[in-house]
Design a protein around this ligand. Structure first.
Ligand SMILES: *Cc1c(COP(=O)(O)O)cnc(C)c1O
Length: 390
């Protein structure tokens, strides 16, 4: 008899999903003592007034289940933020356990098995697992890295839409490329959604981390899109509080309702005192967020200069926490091999961005670095990179 504990018991549905790369690379960083420029979380805290508000909320007894839709004061703060910043009527608002749960609940709640979802590749790794959970079929459209920016081919997008397409899943500002979709690109996506009667689900968790004076434009604010877009964002990246997992989905009642149906049986609701604190953050701490953005832009420039100094081809980064390089510019065909050597020879962990691709060949050359780190960590990483030679 074979040992029953040696069998892979993962369902066929999820077998291809595997372990997230971040767990692997963070473990590698721990094991080797490397500087972790892999996973995208900041190592400095969010606005003190927001942290204090969370402590007050706990002390005042806000420690039981919040309403399924989230605390009213947070939903009202989100509505004000969407309106003031973007002129967007948020519609219905559902607070979630981070943007991660919002995306999962939206895909599970909106898609039937066999429905197709168009998604720009590379894409955030939880999408693949969520699409598998929903039984939906991925239809990737490439963001090519050969030109100056990560553009997509409009004909490839048109060709990806079939009679089975249910929705387009859009992440802008985009992880891992750092791309911010332009108004022209968003207009084309909007036109196709309207022409083919598609839903859009947008992941806007980096909505405030946009550099060089560029603007983040929510797809929901384009003509024809308010009635067919579910907008998702989160406090994690905006307020450097990724461990809080307070996110939200907003939009027309029917899209929020489908999302809520799934969400109520995933977590039901979570994070009551943190929800109260994020309401304070959105209402009072957006000045802090603007300073964070300026600071991140400088970090991007410092890390970018160090990578250029190493001889790397660095791709343009307009937003997010991330810079990508072309491993070939350092003499590597494969980003995995470069990441392995960086960890063991230089003591720096980065992420081989091929994990964000369906087609690993298309992504083989990309390596992603996170610059959302404290001066001490970033300086140590930069110092180690400067001594790396392949
Ligand atoms: C970090 C990240 C998330 C996760 O957001 P949480 O609010 O922490 O769940 C979702 N999407 C993208 C693109 C991210 O980079």
């Amino acid at each position: 008899m074979t040992d029953p504990t040696s069998r892979d018991m993962t369902s066929r549905k999820l077998r291809a999903v595997g372990t997230t790369i971040f767990t692997e690379m963070t473990a590698l960083a721990r094991r080797t003592g490397a500087v972790n420029l892999g996973q995208g979380f900041p190592d400095t805290d969010g606005p003190p007034a927001m942290l204090a508000a969370a402590q007050r909320a706990i002390a005042s007894g806000l420690n039981q289940y919040p309403p399924l839709d989230g605390l009213p004061e947070l939903r009202e703060a989100i509505a004000r933020q969407r309106l003031q910043r973007y002129g967007q009527d948020a519609g219905d608002i559902l607070v979630t356990a981070g943007a991660t749960e919002a995306v999962a609940a939206a895909l599970i709640g909106l898609c039937d098995p066999g429905d197709e979802v168009v998604v720009f590749e590379p894409y955030y790794d939880s999408y693949r697992a969520n699409l598998a959970m929903a039984g939906a079929v991925r239809r990737p459209v490439q963001l090519g890295g050969e030109g100056e920016a990560f553009a997509f081919d409009p004909d490839e997008l048109r060709a990806a839409i079939t009679p089975r397409t249910k929705l387009i899943l859009l992440n802008s500002p985009h992880n891992p490329t750092g791309k911010v979709f332009t108004r022209a690109e968003l207009s084309l996506i909007a036109e196709l959604c309207v022409a083919h009667d598609l839903i859009a689900v947008t992941d806007e968790v980096y909505e405030y981390l946009v550099y060089d004076g560029l603007a983040h434009i929510p797809l929901a604010t384009l003509p024809g899109m308010a009635d067919r877009t579910l907008t998702i964002s989160s406090a994690g990246k905006t307020f450097s509080a990724t461990g809080w997992k307070i996110g939200w989905a907003c939009g027309p009642a029917n899209l929020v309702s489908a999302t809520r149906t799934a969400k109520q049986f995933l977590t039901f609701a979570s994070g009551t005192p943190l929800q109260a604190a994020v309401a304070v953050g959105l209402d009072e701490e957006l000045g802090w967020v603007a300073a964070l953005r300026d600071d991140m832009q400088q970090r991007r420039d410092r890390l970018g200069a160090a990578l250029v100094g190493m001889g790397a081809r660095v791709y343009p980064c307009e937003g997010t926490y991330f810079l990508q390089i072309d491993a070939r510019s350092l003499g590597y065909d494969d980003g995995v091999k470069l990441c392995h050597d960086l960890a063991h020879k230089a003591g720096v962990v980065a992420i081989p961005a091929q994990v964000f691709f369906d087609d690993a060949d298309a992504g083989r050359r990309y390596v992603r670095f996170a610059f959302c780190k404290s001066d001490a960590v970033l300086d140590e990483g930069i110092g180690r990179l400067s001594k790396f030679s392949s």
